[in-house]
Design a protein around this ligand. Structure first.
Ligand code: IDP
Ligand code: MG
Length: 149
């Protein structure tokens, strides 16, 4: 089964959307196998967004992501990397379709509430950056036999 790194950014926490966002992940049948709330430190935030280091928005992005608590998860399921990105919606919330998190709750690219890994290589890198292996719980969900054929 595939795994991805999923994060509710500080705006999602401040706006009281944590429960509603997690609900969308659970409703889809995707399994949360690790979860924690913390405030990211500067070095971890810069490493997380390393691919954007040269972009003009990099400093604002890092400042924002460390500005308050965020909720990080490892999520597991069939095609979970692309499924989470579909649930998140397009990067710019004004282009994200209704029914997606960004489409339903956001208006600004710099305040788009959620992060999801964009490839298997990113997922592996981001999971290792944010979680120790012992923080991931290997368990079965009772609905799995009815979710997958
Ligand atoms: P993604 O989160 O949909 O994968 P990326 O292109 O990887 O989008 O960008 C990472 C994050 O950087 C975005 O989620 C958004 O918060 C921020 N970002 C991306 N492009 C811009 C921009 O043009 N202005 C401000 N912030 C941006
Ligand atoms: Mg990205």
């Amino acid at each position: 089964m595939e795994m991805t790194f999923f994060m509710i950014k500080p705006d999602g926490v401040q706006r009281g959307l944590v429960g509603r966002i997690i609900r969308r992940v659970e409703d889809k049948g995707l399994k949360i196998v690790a979860m924690k709330m913390r405030r990211l430190d500067q070095a971890t935030a810069e490493e997380h967004y390393a691919e954007h280091r040269e972009k003009p928005f990099f400093k604002d992005l890092v400042d924002f992501i460390i500005s308050g608590p965020s909720v990080s998860m490892v999520v597991e399921g069939k095609d979970v990397i692309s499924e989470i990105r579909r649930i998140n919606g397009a990067t710019n919330p004004t282009e994200a379709l209704p029914g997606t998190i960004r489409g339903d709750f956001g208006l600004d690219t710099g305040r788009n509430m959620v992060h999801g890994s964009d490839s298997p290589a990113s997922a592996e890198r981001e999971i290792a950056l944010h979680f120790d292996a012992v923080e991931r719980i290997d368990y079965s969900r009772i609905d799995e036999a009815w979710l997958y054929e």
